[in-house]
Ligand binder design. Structure first.
Ligand code: BEZ
Length: 395
């Protein structure tokens, strides 16, 4: 009698376990995998703080437009201020990847920090989407299936401006930048294209990141008297450089040009000093497509200020993630399919169309822009569908 009862109870238990298994398999992915954990590793202090904030705003806007969820899963954010400090990058990356166990890391702005972050991502097979840092190597010899970039490679705007200046028949150029990966890559792109077009870079000037004591270097530029100066700075450093260049009177005789970071998100602060400057970038004011119009209106409504290139990159980082996650119905365990879908994504970006190379670097138009008032007005396309060479990426 006792044996029969026990067997019956076991039978009921087995049926309940089986039913629970069926229910779990049929339950939405969120019930099985929980909220989608997103780690934002960005600068929220220091010279690039405004860039980190704009990227965060852009990313969150795209998620909100998607109903506040990604592929049916609620989103939970984990945030780390990386301070644009490469020395702190491994520890910061580990906080998100190992401590918080995030599903994806979105980061960062500074190329030196991104190089360290991408190493931690590679070592731990963590999904990483880079919403700014352009270090060429990351989508070159250091490329990896789990590392994507929706922003640009640092050499791209440099190549575009090198071509424009060569077409304008400038013969000599001086370059100036912070001495780190981004500055060096940007100058490298400019030099390659400018010299291929018949120009000559006569001097490359550097100062350590994030220093902004430009005076002695400006004196050197005045003495060298090149036809043009190409500068890579961004954020607070770009504001100071453009103002110091004008205060030294150099903008009257030697045009200052650069990648669009020199004047993007900075024009209110730069004011008169930036007027008329030419820059090249994958975004600008006045891009006339429905996505950009809707994006700009939504961003302005949500944050009460105009978006810049960094906001666009944050927005596109979320768009890429959403495309991948939709393809696997929110199931992050389907990693190979998720990556395949992200690789194949054709993103309708506010910048225009955005696709990725095999190395996961962006393919997009490089615009020529001119500063007019508080706008980086697009005045032409410097390079259509600019794509990167594989640069030693083996994938
Ligand atoms: C970089 O470090 O790659 C970077 C920083 C700011 C603007 C553009 C590039």
């Amino acid at each position: 009698m006792e044996v029969t009862t026990t067997l019956r109870r076991l039978g009921v238990l087995a049926a309940a376990v089986a039913a629970a298994g069926v229910m779990l398999a049929a339950a939405p992915v969120e019930a099985q995998q929980g909220k989608l954990k997103i780690g934002l590793m960005l600068p929220y202090t220091g010279t690039f703080a405004a860039l980190g904030n704009a990227i965060t705003n852009g990313f969150k806007l795209a998620v909100e437009e998607n109903g506040g969820k990604i592929a049916g899963r609620e989103v939970e954010y984990f945030t780390v201020d990386d301070e644009s400090d490469p020395a702190k990058a491994p520890e910061n990356a580990n906080k998100l990847i190992k401590r918080d166990n995030v599903d994806v890391v979105v980061g960062t702005v500074h190329s030196g920090v991104a190089l360290a972050l991408s190493k931690v991502a590679r070592d731990n097979n963590a999904l990483l989407i880079i919403p700014n840092a352009g270090a060429d190597e990351i989508t070159g010899p250091l490329c990896a299936p789990n590392v994507f970039r929706v922003s640009f490679t640092n050499s791209q705007p440099g190549i575009a401006m090198g071509r424009v200046m060569a077409e304008q028949k400038k013969k000599t150029a001086v370059t100036i930048t912070w001495k780190y990966a981004a500055g060096e890559d940007s100058i490298g792109g400019f030099k390659e294209a400018f010299e291929a077009g018949g120009g000559k870079v006569v001097k490359e000037l550097f100062l350590p990141f994030p220093q902004v004591e430009f005076q002695s270097l400006l004196t050197e530029i005045a003495a060298l008297k090149p036809d043009v100066v190409y500068a890579f700075f961004a954020g607070g450093g770009a504001v100071k450089f453009v103002k110091d260049y004008a205060a030294a009177g150099l903008n009257k005789t030697i045009p200052l040009v650069g990648p669009g970071f020199l004047t993007d998100g900075t024009l209110k602060a730069q004011g008169e000093a930036a007027q008329g400057m030419l820059t090249t970038l994958h975004y600008g004011d006045g891009i006339n497509n429905p996505k950009n119009t809707a994006f700009r209106a939504a961003y302005l409504k949500a944050y009460k200020n105009e978006p810049d290139v960094y906001a666009v990159q944050g927005y596109d980082a979320a768009q890429l993630l959403i495309a991948g996650m939709n393809a696997v119905k929110g199931d992050t365990t389907k990693r190979a399919d998720l990556i395949k879908a992200m690789e194949a994504a054709k993103i309708d970006s506010p910048r225009g169309s955005l696709a990725l190379t095999k190395a996961h670097a962006p393919i997009h138009d490089m615009y020529l822009r001119k500063v007019e008032g508080e706008e980086n007005k697009v005045i032409g396309v410097a390079v259509k569908n600019l794509t990167d060479p594989p640069r030693g990426c083996k994938m």
